[in-house]
Ligand binder design. Structure first.
Ligand SMILES: [Zn+2]
Length: 505
């Protein structure tokens, strides 16, 4: 049904982004119903989703009547309380889906309809919370998976260290389905990455991160080996160890494997940067916002969350996940600018800036990754501020030696709404990293500019894998409102894109 809007005296009662209404919370002992409204191209009319239409029919058109009475169009991501419309149901919260897009916008390269569903589901469950209701029943908006993702990610907060918890409503589907459950699992995976990133560094040292991962993987077919300093030493991981040298906390190296595919299929290897706190080392960072560096293990968090989801979904793939874990501290034994270390592959590195430490720990992890004879290697790291300058929070910077692999990753980002953008892996940048007066490589470029590209060029020197991808996620580490279904704080991006990539590669 397509309905025109009245333009009555009540129009000012419509709300954008918050719930206020002339209707009451009668029947609030029952779960609140979150129902979607699509704006028509004309702007002056709207349609309900197929589920909304069914319930509208049950209550003799009361939902559409109240939408008309409350006036102004419900824009994408806005919500409005419509009160109780049927004795069997709790209060109805209408949410806006915006206009429907008939085709995929290839320039934007994002599925805007799915994003609208995530945003609407998020707005719905947030309204349920604001109204103080205990339970929200969210409809599918004709895309159960996206609805469950949006609602699950919006219905999350990190209050572990607060006496006063943030009471979240329980979230239920209006129609449970495999797609809904899958969406909850995917949103839950991103929430796990967010939680690990939010954890204060004194509660998530390398040793405690390993313990957390063991707890998280309990009951799943994931084998976990926690390596220590003696192992790193025996592997001649001089680059990795040079970062841990300044900290009183011992390093750890996690090696996790999941075998869902045929025995002989080469594994997909993911490598996550696990700097549990980054002071910058002797090249000390400014103190302003240094607390955010608790999330400098975002790569470790997202690869761990990806592995957990892959195991829960029982995907038919073989996977190895490697996580070098360390603090970067300016202790008495810390690496000094100008020091030269030897990496596992024998290359020497002049460390001119101890704050460019992510690449040092990844270098040895990438060399080690090659020993698994992988199908592909993808490392994920909050690596450079430069990627934030280049892309802002819009997308993860992605580097790939294989265009085919990149295309799969790009399509994954289009479907999940968490996009990647390809950056260059040119010799131009490699040359800049080979100008060290003392060693084979310098850990920073001595020429300004292109900081994310030179970091990627550095990493390329430590992998022999034909199919290598590198994700610089420093720009998407935190959410400050850019993604409507995530609250503020650490984002856990791009976990869902990584899961989709592993599933489809
Ligand atoms: Zn750093």
């Amino acid at each position: 049904m397509r309905l025109g809007l009245l333009r009555p005296h009540l129009s000012r009662l419509g709300s954008e982004g918050r719930s206020c209404s002339m209707y009451t919370l009668a029947n609030s002992d029952k779960p609140a119903l979150v129902i979607g409204v699509r704006q028509h191209q004309s702007e002056e009319s709207f349609t309900l989703t197929s589920t909304g239409e069914k319930i509208n029919n049950l209550c003799n058109g009361e939902i559409s009547a109240r939408l008309c009475q409350t006036g102004s169009i419900l824009k994408a991501g806005a919500s409005r309380l419509l009160g109780s419309v049927h004795p069997d149901y709790g209060p109805v919260v209408a949410v806006g889906l915006g206009k429907h897009n008939d085709t995929l916008n290839t320039e934007e390269n994002i599925d805007l309809n799915r994003e609208a569903v995530r945003g609407a589901a998020a707005a719905g469950i947030r309204a349920v919370k604001q109204l103080g209701l205990k339970c929200g029943q969210v409809e599918s908006f004709d895309d159960s998976e996206a609805a469950a993702e949006g609602a699950t990610m919006a219905n999350w907060s990190f209050t572990k260290f607060k006496a006063e918890k943030d009471p979240l409503p329980s979230l239920l589907p209006l129609d449970e389905s495999a797609e809904w459950n899958r969406g909850c699992l995917l949103g839950g995976a991103q929430n796990l990455a967010r939680e690990l990133m939010e954890f204060p560094a004194n509660h998530l040292t390398p040793r405690l991160f390993a313990e957390q991962v063991i707890n998280q993987m309990q009951g799943l077919p994931v084998e976990i080996i926690v390596r220590d300093e003696a192992w790193a030493e025996s592997m001649k991981m001089g680059s990795f160890m040079s970062v841990a040298a300044g900290s009183a906390e011992p390093l750890r190296f996690l090696e996790m494997s999941y075998k869902g595919g045929d025995k002989d299929t080469p594994p997909v290897v993911l490598v996550g940067k696990g700097v549990t706190f980054d002071t910058g080392g002797i090249s000390l960072k400014p103190s302003s916002k240094m607390d955010k560096m608790r999330a400098d293990m975002g790569g470790a968090a997202t690869v761990t969350a990806t592995l957990k989801a892959v195991a829960e979904l029982a995907l038919p793939v073989n996977m190895v996940v490697l996580v070098p874990l360390t603090e970067n501290m300016p202790g008495g034994k810390a690496t000094k600018p100008g020091d030269v270390v030897t990496a596992m592959n024998g290359k020497t590195i002049q460390i001119d800036n101890t704050d460019a430490e992510g690449r040092l720990i990844l270098a040895d992890a990438l060399t080690y990754a090659d020993s698994f004879n992988p199908r592909l290697v993808m490392d994920v790291a909050t690596l450079t501020g430069a990627i934030s300058v280049a892309l802002g929070t819009a997308a993860t910077g992605a580097y790939a030696t294989s265009t085919q692999d990149f295309k799969v990753l790009e399509a994954a980002g289009c479907a999940t709404g968490d996009r990647v953008w390809r950056m260059p892996l040119w010799n131009h940048y490699t040359k800049l990293m080979k100008k060290s007066p003392l060693a084979d490589l310098n850990n920073i470029s001595l020429s300004p500019g292109g900081g994310s590209c030179t970091a990627a060029a550095f990493l390329k020197e430590f992998t022999t894998s034909k199919n290598w991808l590198h994700l610089d996620i420093a720009g998407v580490m935190e959410n400050e409102g850019a993604v409507p279904y995530l609250g503020g704080g650490m984002s856990g991006r791009p976990t869902r894109t990584m899961i989709k990539f592993v599933e489809t590669i």
